[in-house]
Design a protein around this ligand. Structure first.
Ligand SMILES: *Cc1c(COP(=O)(O)O)cnc(C)c1O
Length: 227
């Protein structure tokens, strides 16, 4: 068995065990195979091994890969930061955008989606660590943005996404995952449904699942260290 297939199997087992630990159904957790810097041959290998959702960080890189690989049976998600001037391409290329983080971007995505006769699934990216280097909207402003996005006809708001600071010890990420779940609950009390929580990467996806992740974004545990 190829390394990628074996890694995928191992990641799926770990997802299942983490879900079972907290009495969740593993089937409600979607694995996003993060393919930034991974070449198309290895992506195809992952698809053959059953990867259904692929996550890319950059519009340009994804465009080349999607043109080569196609989208039969697979979904492509944008998980990296998106600039408004690339909204048009992002709407065209991706099935979901995890990085909606401003009113300006929301309006542009809505406008571009309308022009393409599409409704684009989006998650609001929340910056819970206040690090200036990270993208995402503050926890304080997330509710307001959720209300604004709900009013747009060509965006379907599906949930929240976060990326905690990097820790060697996954337990240190747990407070951020709890905070995102609480924020989701708070926004839902205002009548906005947010079924998806996109949180957890190679180092900490099991902790994220214990705290309610419905989508985990895993790169290195599937494809090995990035070059
Ligand atoms: C790269 C990346 C991941 C995956 O990280 P790994 O450590 O390779 O699992 C997940 N989410 C985002 C936003 C990323 O940029």
């Amino acid at each position: 068995m190829g390394a990628i297939k074996e890694n995928l199997l191992r990641v799926r087992e770990r997802i299942e065990r983490a879900a079972n630990r907290v009495g969740r159904n593993p089937e409600e957790i979607k694995l996003i195979a993060v393919t930034k810097t991974v070449d198309t041959e290895r992506i195809k290998e992952a698809i053959s091994a059953g990867a259904m959702i692929l996550g890319e960080n950059y519009v340009q890189e994804a465009k080349k890969k999607i043109e080569e690989i196609g989208r039969i049976g697979t979904q492509w998600h944008l998980i990296g930061h998106l600039q408004s001037n690339k909204a048009k391409y992002a709407v065209r290329l991706f099935d979901m955008i995890h990085s909606l983080d401003s009113t300006k971007l929301a309006k542009e995505l809505d406008r571009r989606a309308a022009a393409q006769g599409k409704v684009i699934d989006c998650l609001i990216e929340v910056n819970l660590s206040q690090e200036s280097s990270k993208f995402g909207i503050s926890k304080e402003r997330a509710l307001e943005l959720a209300h604004e996005v709900k009013a747009l006809k060509n965006i379907s708001l599906r949930g929240l996404m976060t990326m905690p600071p990097y820790f060697e010890d996954p337990e240190l990420a747990r407070p951020y995952f709890i905070a995102l779940r609480r924020l989701k609950e708070k926004i839902e009390r205002e009548g906005i449904s947010l079924p998806e929580l996109s949180m957890g990467m190679s180092v900490d996806f099991e902790v994220a699942i214990e705290e309610g992740a419905t989508m985990v974004r895993v790169g290195r545990a599937i494809f090995g260290q990035r070059r």
